[in-house]
Design a protein around this ligand. Structure first.
Ligand SMILES: *Cc1c(COP(=O)(O)O)cnc(C)c1O
Length: 345
């Protein structure tokens, strides 16, 4: 890995962060707060929230097996994705390399930040070759985007190939593990200390069943997390979200049950889908969805819509011709989908 200073945009490295009232005074003993121009009324909503979300990080760290200082929390993973560009990529000069197909936000944020986005096509099994990814990089490549289990394909990327990229690429490697709770393989976040150039993304939106509260996580070295904290909006995660996250974290056993139920349903759905006459292929999945190739994705998609069932049509995505991405729902929802698809003519 290069020196962090050589990877970060010079203006960000030199940035003097905004110092908010809650940063300047952190003592516990005060009881009169006249420092932040808050209202004295409407408790507890009148007070600004903890800008660094210390309570949530303390509760989250043992569950994720990382240290609190290795955690960034944001307004969804999408905030972390955008911050990666704003911290590392000089608009109009630097570039990033990513697997394709993958999650669309990496490219949207590249376009917003005027950063050249270089997709490298996966093979027919949706696998990556480290060499092809590394060959697509040059002196201005700051970031490589990997997503495993990948969206929309559902498979885990080859861990050996990913590790080779982490070891050989001198810049930042982001590994989006939004779906790792549904996977049987070890997530890379268990090896934070081995890869100083790695940023792992997680989210409350999938396994934790909390997409509405908008809470995303990035795990990285303390130095990289310091850069995130410097660039983020001071109060980027509101109090309602922090409080709800604390409740969810206390109830992790329930989340564990949800995940096991979804995995059971996935193992039931995969063979059931593959037996359908309109189904040509069910791709392997380590996520809470399956990618399914059907005879005519547009026709099946529209037919399901008429039945009030919405799946994701991925027909136009590279390597995903005639594919639908189907989220695993409750047993009842899944059975309704199966019986509708059985009746398709
Ligand atoms: C759903 C998803 C996320 C979650 O994004 P949030 O902004 O946290 O809701 C992140 N990455 C991938 C690949 C996803 O599919």
């Amino acid at each position: 890995m290069k020196e962090l200073k050589d990877l970060v945009r010079p203006n960000i490295w030199a940035l003097e962060p905004y110092s908010c009232a809650r940063d300047e005074f952190k003592g516990m003993n005060a009881h009169v707060f006249l420092d932040a121009n808050e209202s004295p009324y409407n408790e507890p909503l009148n007070r600004y929230p903890d800008p660094l979300q210390e309570n949530v990080k303390q509760a989250l760290a043992p569950i994720k097996q990382v240290r609190p200082s290795q955690i960034f929390l944001g307004n969804g993973s999408d905030e972390a994705i955008d911050l990666v560009y704003r911290i590392f990529c000089e608009p109009g000069r630097d570039n990033v390399v990513a697997i394709a197909p993958t999650y669309g936000m990496y490219k949207v944020c590249a376009d917003i930040n005027n950063v050249d986005y270089r997709p490298v096509l996966l093979d027919g099994n949706f696998q990556l070759q480290a060499q092809k990814i590394l060959d697509a990089t040059d002196a201005h490549t700051k970031v490589i985007w990997l997503c495993s289990p990948n969206n929309p394909t559902g498979n885990e990327l080859d861990k050996k190939e990913m590790q080779r990229i982490l070891l050989e690429f001198p810049g930042i490697v982001v590994i989006d593990e939004a779906y790792s709770d549904f996977s049987s393989l070890q997530p890379f976040r268990h090896f934070m200390d081995r890869f100083p150039n790695m940023i792992v993304l997680n989210t409350f939106s999938k396994a934790w069943g909390s997409a509405s509260i908008r809470l995303g996580m990035a795990f990285a070295s303390e130095e990289i997390i310091g850069l995130f904290n410097k660039v983020k909006y001071p109060y980027n995660v509101n109090k309602l979200t922090q409080d709800k996250a604390m409740q969810m974290l206390a109830d992790w056993m329930k989340v564990d049950q949800w995940v096991r139920q979804i995995k059971r349903e996935r193992e039931h759905m995969m063979p059931a889908l593959s037996e359908l006459p309109i189904c040509k292929k069910v791709y392997p999945s380590e996520a809470n969805f399956v990618l399914v190739e059907v005879t005519d994705a547009n026709a099946v998609y529209n037919y399901l819509i008429r039945k009030g069932i919405v799946v994701r049509n991925r027909n136009k995505v590279q390597l995903c011709g005639n594919c639908l991405r189907i989220t695993i729902g409750t047993q009842q929802e899944n059975n309704e989908l199966l019986s509708a698809m059985r009746q398709f003519k």
